[in-house]
Design a protein around this ligand. Sequence first.
Ligand SMILES: [Zn+2]
Length: 277
Amino acid sequence: MTAAPTQPHLGATDPERLLAGIRGNVYRLALTTRVEIDRDPPARTSRGPAGALRLTKPIKAAAYAPPLLTQLRDAIRPNQGRTDSGRGGGAQSLPYDDTASALLATIEGEIAGMYRSALELEPLGTSEQLLLEWLREFEFAYRAGDVVDAQLTNYLLRIRGWRFTIEDHFTPPRKQEFAHCPACGYTHYETFTHGEITRQRCVTVTYYPGNTRRPPVAECGHCAARWTGVDELAALAAAVDSILADDAHALDEPIIAPIPDDPASTDEPDTEGRPTP
Ligand SMILES: [Zn+2]
């Protein structure tokens, strides 16, 4: 199953802050940067009522990290280039990382295209260099008044998307379930696809241990209610807790949302006999 559709969440629309966002993401991709390490990631408590996600703000520590593009390149053939004496098994050939290779090729292709169209030069050099040069050119154009807000938004989403994709490659997002959806009142929902009923928890939280500044997101698969960030998730947990405070056995039995009566999504005659992708 793929991740729930996560709409881009832009905290800022002020042009200066959008530009700062672009700059920060370019730096993380192309320069050695100071990063925050989550020393206290959210963890499952033993039997917490609200789906047991610990919702404290993480304790953070600082460290320096190589550029994400460099890390991704190094990950393709982990036993080449630098000697990583901290990890054992150096004599063994580690496997070629196809996913990292494909990811890097895609991102480097996009960086080269961006560089070519902004600077009207052939892209020569590492993609880290190209991206930094592109940023300098872009900031120059911005100061000259040649950049519209939509471009800021588009570039921020695009460049931040590369960063998130690389971070997710190294540290996959984690998911956890909440017992109950306070928005629609159900605990589970069912989907009827290809002749089979699948039951799922309504509310799933996705969080990102690879990037402590990326807010966790909870979403209800039934009613599409959404909670973003630690504060909203704390409100969600409090709402679930208050249901239990009223009735300690409230969540003992699943409360299952009815399958929507939508022929378009339930009848799929044209897929008969075809394997599920
Ligand atoms: Zn819901």
